[in-house]
Ligand binder design. Structure first.
Ligand SMILES: N[C@@H](CCC(=O)N[C@@H](CS)C(=O)NCC(=O)O)C(=O)O
Length: 217
């Protein structure tokens, strides 16, 4: 397969799903152009890219659009071989995909409940989320982590990218829910240490700086 020539990311500066795609592209050293989408006033150009989805991020590779952050990151990993984001071993790959899916399909919906409720219902959702964090910590350590500062070992991989964004999301949530600690080093010491290692990577600062010009968006 020929290496793509033109790579364009349509995203929004405030979107965590888009930030993960920036990180994945930059970790792999892929050169790309960025288009900031006004989500309140989506352009015709953007709407034509994926009429079903109509959400960011969308990666356009040599004119072909790819939606969904998790699908995009796996596409990027399969297309550019430098610094693999997924393990080479198929069994280990299945484990990484399982835990990525757990975060997207099980944890993200609970975060939505926390954001959209109050009182008893919100407390119940917070408890559920804390339990999921523990399940994730135990599962990742049993299934994926071998040795090194990152979940994937010596280099950051797909789960590190996703967890990096989880950290940002949880910090915002903690500010909103004054007094509630979601990322507690006593409760989930290993996840906290992977997240801290990831936060120190240059791609994190570089993306933040690049997107700061759209902070008003
Ligand atoms: N599951 C999708 C979620 C995409 C998504 O929800 N994008 C939001 C921004 S984070 C969006 O485009 N919202 C605008 C809209 O729904 O109109 C992914 O991971 O890419």
């Amino acid at each position: 397969m020929a290496i793509p020539k033109e790579v364009k990311l349509f995203g929004a500066a405030k979107s965590g799903n888009c930030t993960m795609v920036h990180h994945a592209l930059q970790l792999k050293g892929v050169a790309y152009d960025y288009v900031e989408v006004d989500l309140k006033n989506k352009s015709e150009e953007f709407l034509k890219l994926h009429p079903v989805h109509k959400k960011v991020p969308i990666l356009v590779v040599d004119g072909k659009p790819i939606p969904e952050s998790l699908v995009i990151m796996q596409y990027v990993d399969e297309t550019w071989k430098e610094q693999p984001l997924l393990p080479q071993d198929p069994y280990l790959r299945s484990k990484v995909r399982f835990w990525a899916d757990f975060i997207y399909q099980k944890m993200v919906p609970v975060v939505s409940v926390i954001k959209s409720t109050e009182g008893e219902a919100q407390n119940k959702a917070i408890e559920e989320f804390l339990g999921q964090l523990k399940t994730l910590e135990n599962g990742i350590n049993k299934d994926v982590h071998v040795h090194g500062p990152f979940i994937h070992g010596e280099e950051a991989g797909l789960l590190d990218v996703i967890l990096g964004q989880c950290k940002t999301g949880c910090q915002h949530l903690e500010q909103r829910l004054a007094g509630v600690k979601l990322l507690d080093t006593e409760h989930i010491p290993l996840l906290c240490s992977y997240m801290d290692a990831y936060a120190k990577l240059a791609v994190v600062k570089d993306t933040e700086l690049m997107l700061s010009q759209y902070a008003h968006a």
